[in-house]
Design a protein around this ligand. Structure first.
Ligand code: UDP
Length: 318
């Protein structure tokens, strides 16, 4: 029997790539999304796929998607710009939405995988971040709508595991990039790619010495599937441990796009983490996982997508 998987947030950046990977692995997939930040264009290519179904609905209300063997809970605004615009919705999907998704897993005796985040570590005082680190999060700052929703969802996931015996997994996802990222979601890679391709200044926030570690989408999704296939109930970091300053990232984008754009420094947003790099010892040991695609290769692989997105947007504006 072909396993059936529910993917919440299935029309989003991560969710849609996860749907592709599950279908390729022989699953049948039901994707749900309210299209707040997800887009139908991300799953357009799956329309005629017999094993794929899409339901446009709000998971903050109880819903029925039929019997499933797996629940991959990926619904949430995820870029800082998006979650700050949709603050209350972000808190709702990371509480009510998670509870509804967990209830579906419980009812179906399905395995549940929650998409958590490196934001659980906040502005980390431990570096690199291991899963045992409890984090340094401002519970009332502008990022708290996302960080605390994800932390609450982790707590809820563990509670469903401990109290209701649900077979749960938690992945802590670090910065991920690649095709299908929204051009205007405000994250650093789409911003820099868009600005470089348009010949505009690259906006580096602060002095650009803050760091991030960027994982290419296919590596990331491979980590999700391996974790789903493991027996680990506690969180596992999935991210690329190669760390770059944001200024360095800007220069790489300029080189790969061949752009003559300049760098312009702008104000650093409040509570912007100063450093971020996953310790992936646990993923390496437990899952035999590590990323294969470095930043330069991944940016090159994303270039056509960003070029087309910039051209399409220019055509709409004209
Ligand atoms: N950033 C930047 N310029 C931009 C967008 C983002 O310098 O146009 C910085 C941002 O301040 C942060 C880093 O790049 O330090 C990563 O930001 P992003 O929004 O991609 O994700 P985060 O890791 O903060 O969730």
């Amino acid at each position: 029997m072909r396993p059936r998987a529910l993917v919440t947030g299935g029309a989003g950046f991560l969710g849609s790539h996860l749907c592709d990977a599950l279908l390729a692995e022989g699953y049948s997939v039901v994707a749900v999304d309210n299209l707040l930040t997800g887009r139908l264009s991300n799953i357009e290519h799956l329309r005629r796929e017999g094993q794929f179904e899409f339901l446009q609905l709000d998971i903050n209300r109880t819903f029925d998607c039929g019997e499933v063997n797996y629940v991959f809970h990926f619904a949430s605004p995820a870029s800082p710009v998006d979650y700050m615009v949709h603050g209350v919705d972000t808190l709702k999907v990371g509480s009510l939405g998670t509870m509804n998704a967990l209830d579906i897993a419980r009812k179906n005796n399905a395995r549940f995988l929650f998409s958590s985040t490196s934001e659980c570590y906040g502005d980390p005082l431990e570096h690199p971040q291991r899963e045992t680190y409890w984090g340094n999060v401002n519970s009332i700052g502008p990022r708290s709508v996302y960080d605390e929703a994800k932390r609450f969802s982790e707590a809820l996931t563990m509670a469903y595991h401990r109290y209701h015996g649900v077979d749960t997994r938690i992945v802590r996802i670090f910065n991920t990039y690649g095709p299908r990222m929204q051009l205007n979601d405000g994250r650093v890679i789409p911003n820099f790619m868009k600005q470089a391709l348009r010949g505009e200044d690259l906006t580096v926030y602060g002095d650009g010495n803050q760091t991030r570690s960027f994982c290419y989408i296919t590596d990331e999704v491979d980590g999700f599937l391996r974790l789903a296939g493991s027996d680990e109930h506690f969180p596992v970091n999935i991210g690329n441990p190669s760390e770059f300053t944001i200024l360095d990232c800007a220069h790489r984008v300029l080189e790969i796009t061949g752009s003559k754009s300049q760098v312009r420094f702008e104000k650093l947003p409040q509570d912007d983490p100063k450093q971020r790099r996953p310790d992936i010892t646990k993923a390496r040991t437990l899952l035999g996982w590590e990323p294969k695609i470095d930043l330069d290769a991944g940016l090159r692989m994303s270039l056509d997508y960003f070029r087309e997105a910039v051209t399409a947007e220019a055509a709409i504006r004209a």
